[in-house]
Design a protein around this ligand. Structure first.
Ligand SMILES: [Zn+2]
Length: 410
């Protein structure tokens, strides 16, 4: 039994292109969204004069990072040097959700179960709305889940600025979702937000996930410094938007949460990011402390028995430095290897290569760990009342169940 613990099937219409361009590359069409509320963690820098012409401007620091940092695997620099991969990525997202899923399942024939993670960009790219809203994305996900009969186990995206925990409860108990996805760089921290309502919504989430008698409901949280997207909202007193939003995903943001909710089952996804692990595989001089996220994740995994990580979006490392990457990883996770997961991050990872190659390269780079990463580790991570009780009930009310898959989690 092999499980892809981290993939995506939302299509391009779920992600606003203008917001993405602004956040990822610092290329601002019209103007960066003004921030309501104060800057609670200003970087001390002077506000950068965003508007050069009124309609088009550059966020200098974000663009410079995107052009110069070779560790970023989805930067302008990377895309310019990998045009064919970029085209593969764009074409993958132009399909419908159903077709993205069918294509993904067809290309990874060895995989039995997929865990697609939703993305809620409504507050992150406010003012640059996507053609397809969050509710429509959710309905498409539910339809796909029903048709999967147990082979599609989706995570519900939660933005604590938009919704209360009631939305999570509904998603888990009635709509076929088996876990929760958090994407902090879209503008909130796992804890320590200024807005008490946001804090309360997050506390309610952590309470809900750990409340039942069975294992906790799993959460997957984006946790990478070198890849990903960010809110396009300006913040008074902040000029380095990328760093500002990126740090919302930093593993240290989880320390207070875990101290209060020791049983929380959380996957700090990407293991700090592909850039981090490229440096480790190549034994480059140690990164500056501010970029060393993997050690912080490992420390949390040591302190808390339900903290996991995943290797999603590391495909290019398995492809290019397979042996060295496998060696560096194996040494780092010794003692906590039963909480490492593997996800393709398809179709984000289409930027790095093809899907069949992704799995082949990982099987070669981690021959001793591959079966556990995609097997028992993933099963343990997904096991909770959500997967054991509510998910089968949802399937039974829809298109039926293939119990050879669903029974794994009961
Ligand atoms: Zn992802």
């Amino acid at each position: 039994m092999k499980i892809d613990c981290h993939c995506h099937v939302f299509d391009n219409d779920c992600i606003p292109a203008v917001g993405l361009l602004q956040s990822r590359f610092g290329i601002v069409v019209e103007s960066r969204l003004p921030e309501a509320g104060g800057a609670d963690a200003g970087d001390g820098g002077k506000p950068f004069p965003d508007s050069l012409t009124g309609r088009f401007s550059l966020d200098f620091h974000s663009l410079l990072g995107s052009l110069t940092d070779p560790a970023e695997k989805d930067s302008v620099r990377y895309l310019a040097s990998h045009p064919r991969d970029f085209v593969r990525f764009i074409l993958a997202g132009m399909k419908s959700t159903a077709d993205i899923a069918a294509d993904m399942m067809g290309k990874a024939r060895d995989i039995d179960i997929w865990v697609p993670l939703m993305m809620d960009t409504e507050r992150g790219y406010e003012g640059a709305p996507s053609p397809v809203g969050f509710d429509a994305q959710k309905l498409a996900m539910m339809d796909l889940t029903a048709r999967g009969k147990g082979r599609i186990m989706p995570f519900y995206a939660y933005d604590p600025r938009s919704r209360s925990v009631d939305a999570v409860r509904n998603a888990i108990e009635k709509e076929g979702f088996v876990g929760v996805k958090l994407y902090p760089p879209l503008g909130f921290r796992p804890s320590g937000n200024d807005d008490p309502a946001v804090e309360a919504n997050l506390e309610d989430l952590y309470d809900y996930c750990t409340a039942g008698k069975g294992p906790p409901v799993p959460i997957t949280a984006h946790c990478s410094w070198s890849d990903g997207v960010y809110s396009n909202r300006a913040v008074p007193g902040v000029s380095r938007y990328k760093e500002y939003y990126r740090d919302m995903a930093h593993p240290f943001q989880w320390e207070n949460v875990l101290a209060r909710h020791r049983d929380l089952k959380v996957n700090l996804a990407h293991f700090g990011g592909a850039g981090e692990w490229e440096r480790r595989a190549l034994a480059d001089p140690p990164a500056g402390a501010e970029k060393n996220w993997a050690d912080a994740i490992l420390r949390l995994m040591g302190d808390y028995e339900h903290v996991y990580t995943d290797l999603s979006f590391h495909g290019i490392l398995a492809a290019e430095y397979g042996e060295a990457y496998g060696q560096a990883l194996r040494e780092a996770v010794r003692g906590v290897e039963d909480r490492v997961l593997l996800g393709s991050d398809w179709y984000m990872s289409a930027i790095q290569g093809g899907l069949a190659d992704y799995w082949r390269n990982f099987a070669a780079a981690l021959p001793d760990l591959f079966a556990d990463l995609t097997g028992k580790n993933a099963i343990r991570f997904l096991q909770s009342p959500a997967a054991a009780i509510h998910f089968p009930a949802f399937l039974a009310s829809q298109n039926g169940i293939d119990s050879s898959f669903v029974d794994l989690f009961c």
